[in-house]
Design a protein around this ligand. Structure first.
Ligand SMILES: [Zn+2]
Length: 319
């Protein structure tokens, strides 16, 4: 919150062309007044206040919104979306937001109660809108919510965000459209680069075992094989039964899987135990539901996806 307020102030002062900035001159009081009405920032040159749940959405919003938006995130690098418990400061951010971005498909369904409590009149954008979900047997889910791992779905998410920002701030619609087009090109290049990264590995050797069932779209997009998951679900909430663990160990041995991947933001102890039992390696962490924190080298969506592909290839080639 504090950082975003300061960024907001810096942007505003820069727009006014002021030569100097002191914190005293850019006090929080004036900012609160400016945001007090909760009105969209159309026309005033003030950035739109955008609150986004997941880190993927936060990055997409920054790419599409550029300098016209001030993005605050709810989830950080240590927050699993499936298990997140909202805080009072989340409600404050939502109450002051012009636009709220959610993944949808029940990934961030806790937003519903949070919005009801926070009030405010933000434009709500569901990034999953119009995306055909992979089926899941998980109860309570309309389909697999990890849509961003499919580059085509990621582009649709970007379009949905651009449309939402434009609806809240029609004066800058052309800018949002232009930024979205440029970023979608970057996403195409990312997908090409990931396919090239996988090229030396024959498809039958691209065997993936991950913590939870988060890579269904990635597996489909890049021609991999998901042999199994340590947690038997699309969420990170449930523990596998002893029987499920034994089944997985058998499968790892039978299919000669060499590496089990852990995930950022999830405790890897169960992966270690299963790897040991099955005689496989535990490989480096993947960015499943979060992006990397500061100085990780995976702070953006594109960097995180490239890091995932590289981690997989490194593990597969190491065998
Ligand atoms: Zn997940």
């Amino acid at each position: 919150m504090r950082m975003s307020l300061i960024t907001d102030q810096i942007t505003r002062v820069a727009l006014l062309g002021a030569a100097t900035l002191t914190l005293g001159a850019a006090g929080c009081g004036s900012d609160d007044d400016a945001d007090g009405g909760g009105q969209p920032a159309a026309g005033g040159g003030e950035p739109l206040e955008v609150v986004a749940t997941t880190m993927q959405l936060q990055d997409f919003a920054r790419q599409v919104g550029g300098e016209q938006v001030n993005v605050s995130g709810i989830l950080g690098a240590d927050n699993e979306p499936h298990e997140y418990e909202p805080t009072p400061s989340d409600a404050e951010a939502l109450a002051a937001a012009d636009v709220v971005l959610e993944n949808g498909a029940n990934l961030d369904d806790w937003l519903e109660d949070l919005l009801a409590n926070a009030g405010g009149d933000a434009q709500r954008v569901t990034a999953a809108e119009g995306i055909e979900l992979l089926p899941t047997e998980e109860e309570g889910f309309p389909g697999d919510p990890h849509i961003w791992h499919d580059p085509e779905a990621a582009k649709q998410m970007v379009d949905n965000i651009a449309a939402g920002l434009s609806a809240a701030d029609p004066e800058n619609a052309e800018t949002y459209e232009r930024n979205a087009t440029a970023y979608k090109q970057d996403l195409d290049e990312m997908a090409t680069q990931i396919r090239e990264t996988f090229e030396p590995i024959p498809p039958q050797e691209r065997k993936l075992i991950t913590t939870h069932d988060a890579f269904g779209y990635f597996v489909r997009a890049y021609d991999l094989e998901q042999v199994g998951t340590v947690l038997p679900t699309v969420t990170t909430e449930s523990e596998p039964s002893g029987q499920q663990v034994q089944q997985l160990v058998r499968e790892i041995r039978e299919q000669e899987v060499e590496a089990i991947f852990t995930e950022e933001a999830v405790d890897p102890s169960l992966e270690r135990q299963i790897a040991e039992e099955a005689g496989a390696e535990v490989s480096s962490s993947l960015y499943a539901d979060v992006l990397g924190g500061p100085d990780s080298g995976a702070e953006t969506f594109i960097a995180a996806e490239l890091a995932n592909a590289q981690a997989m290839v490194t593990a597969w080639q190491g065998s």
